[in-house]
Ligand binder design. Structure first.
Ligand code: NAD
Ligand code: ZN
Length: 251
């Protein structure tokens, strides 16, 4: 592992344009369970029953009760972990240009990254289905489920459910930066959710080195990713940043 981190640091320190693609795994150490894998939410609930837009439109009360209410309680408390702050360090070193995140927890922005593409929206906000007014999730009163807007409409998270379109601007920019980067860090994603999972393919097709950080192998490992760093993001990323800083200090 140390050897792989050193190799990744060599590449990163010389890179001109690094992009990170992050998934639920980067926030596991902030106390947010992922969907898939060990301890994942899908072990407890059926995604098609509760996380699909049709389920929400048909029965918002149940989806709020089983899924959204619990997400709010977990996300209200979550704070960035050392993996998030390492990405801020890489940005300050002038290496990391953009974070493409599939997460809806907003923790990259809280940590301090400046350019974050939110592929699936942000749970920090709720939008009224009737009048489109937006309010902070932290201010939503859970006494009545589903919560309503002052106009009487039902509130929904400002992130996408399964069955909804990726925000076109986020998709377009993600494709652009993936094609332009010379290094892509793929962190904590099972690479199972499309179209986010195509970004490492776009990067690799355009000549980028793909470095993957995940405790488990994924469909990308040793196929699309040149350098799989097997481990928790909160441990591996600070080590990687320290190794990059050493090279910077030495040059
Ligand atoms: P996923 O749930 O499908 O997979 C999580 C991945 O993280 C797995 O490959 C797992 O091995 C890895 N992982 C677990 N612990 C890790 C750690 N400490 N460090 C690094 N990696 C670790 O996640 P996904 O690929 O992002 O897809 C699920 C979708 O669910 C996303 O698109 C996202 O919108 C949504 N989601 C978001 C959050 C969040 O905002 N924090 C949480 C759950 C799900
Ligand atoms: Zn309203």
């Amino acid at each position: 592992m140390s050897d792989l981190i050193e190799r990744a640091a060599d590449i990163l320190a010389k890179a001109k344009y690094t992009v990170a693609l992050t998934g639920a795994g980067i926030s596991v150490e902030s106390g947010i369970p992922p969907f898939r894998g060990k301890g994942g939410l899908w072990e407890k609930i059926d995604p098609m029953k509760y996380a699909h837009i049709d389920a929400f439109l048909e029965d918002p009360e149940t989806v709020w009760d089983v899924l959204i209410k619990n997400m709010k309680m977990v996300l209200d408390k979550a704070r960035p972990n050392p993996a998030h702050t390492s990405l801020v360090d890489l940005e300050r070193l002038g290496l990391l240009k953009t974070v493409i995140t599939q997460n809806v927890d907003g923790l990259h922005q809280v940590a301090g990254n400046q350019d974050v593409i939110e592929f699936h929206g942000n749970f920090a906000w709720q939008r009224c289905q009737t009048c489109d007014q937006v309010i902070a999730t932290a201010d939503v009163d859970l006494t009545h489920i589903p919560p309503h807007c002052s106009c009487g409409g039902i509130l929904r998270p400002d992130c996408i459910f399964f069955g909804e379109m990726i925000p076109p601007e986020a998709l377009h920019r993600s494709q652009q930066v993936s094609a332009a980067c010379d290094v892509m860090l793929v962190i904590g994603t099972s690479a199972m959710v499309q179209p986010a999972a195509t970004m490492p393919f776009i990067a690799k097709d355009n000549g980028a080195v793909v470095v993957e950080i995940n405790p488990e192998p994924t469909p990308l490992t040793n196929h699309i990713s040149n350098l799989p760093l097997l481990g928790d993001a909160g441990t591996v990323l600070p080590r990687l940043v320290a190794a990059v800083e050493q090279r910077r200090d030495a040059s």
